[in-house]
Design a protein around this ligand. Structure first.
Ligand SMILES: C[S@@+](CC[C@H](N)C(=O)[O-])C[C@H]1O[C@@H](n2cnc3c(N)ncnc32)[C@H](O)[C@@H]1O
Length: 268
């Protein structure tokens, strides 16, 4: 685990202002990718849940692409996208204005503090984000609290067994040397993700080899790995935490050859 205090203290030093501009560019790329695949990803919800009416909370929604896809695919549900990273929410609002999708809105919100929504959500989605929660049970307890009785939680995430460690150090364009994990912790704490790192690699921002060659792909995988290893789980850990939290009817199934998983559970 990365020593949090030391990393946080170094954020002003390792922060590179170019990253914020690049983040927006990266986000646009990601949005285009996700917009194509999201409707199919949500098809399963029709089979397992009655999607008539009710509030859906998309917890840790990032820039809101999946929240938007949900609201568009199911116009009779009201979707609220929550994320603790204010800049992600501001991008979400900019990209998906409320007037265009009246059943969608975004708010800054922390998974560990969602008391405003107690017992309000018919459906909670938490997509590609469980690995950000170092107190998994604490987060699931909050998610359980915001669900109505019988409410459904639908989640996806990556499987820790497919996560490798990034072996070395990197040097930011500013010349600051970053220890293993530091930059990525910083990136995570600000809501950036693997697409962002890929974008940085493609643009040689991390100076990690030929952006068009095999090295870049390898590096991307390694870089992605350190981000993920910070707090990625395996399905049995998720299942145990869901049980301890009081969830019932838990189903978890592998996707992408086991690299990721998806699942659902109901508030008992
Ligand atoms: C990999 S992104 C996934 C975003 C989105 N669900 C998607 O699939 O595109 C993970 C998100 O978790 C958010 N996050 C991390 N910790 C959080 C917390 N404690 N509360 C709410 N959101 C959090 C980050 O800001 C980031 O936007």
């Amino acid at each position: 685990m990365i020593p949090e205090e030391g990393v946080l203290a170094r954020i002003p030093e390792i922060r590179d202002p170019r990253l914020d501009k690049l983040y927006l560019e990266c986000t646009k790329i990601k949005m285009r990718e996700v917009e194509q695949k999201a409707p199919a990803a949500f098809e399963i919800l029709r089979d397992i849940f009655d999607l008539e009416g009710g509030i859906t909370l998309d917890v840790a929604c990032g820039c809101g692409t999946y929240s938007h896809a949900l609201a568009k695919k199911f116009p009779n549900i009201n979707v609220i996208g929550l994320d603790s990273y204010p800049e992600a929410i501001s991008v979400a609002k900019q990209f998906y204005p409320n007037g265009e999708t009246p059943n969608l809105r975004f708010e800054v919100g922390d998974v560990y503090d969602m008391s405003d929504y107690r017992k309000q959500a018919h459906l909670v989605t938490c997509l590609a984000s469980l690995h950000h929660f170092d107190d998994l049970e604490g987060a699931l307890q909050q998610i359980h609290e915001v669900s109505k009785d019988g409410g459904l939680l639908y989640f996806t995430d990556l499987d820790r067994r497919h996560v490798l460690r990034f072996p070395g150090k990197i040097r930011l364009p500013s010349g600051v040397a970053v220890q293993e994990g530091e930059f990525f912790y910083h990136a995570l704490s600000r809501g950036k993700d693997e697409h962002f790192v890929r974008f940085l690699l493609q643009n040689e921002i991390l100076g990690n080899g030929d952006p068009n060659g095999e090295d870049a792909i390898e590096n991307h995988l390694e870089v992605f790995s350190i981000m993920s290893y910070i707090a990625a789980y395996i399905p049995s850990e998720i299942e145990g935490a869901l049980r301890n939290t009081g969830y019932k009817g838990i189903e978890i199934f592998p996707c992408n050859g086991g690299a990721t998983f998806a699942g659902y559970a109901r508030r008992g």
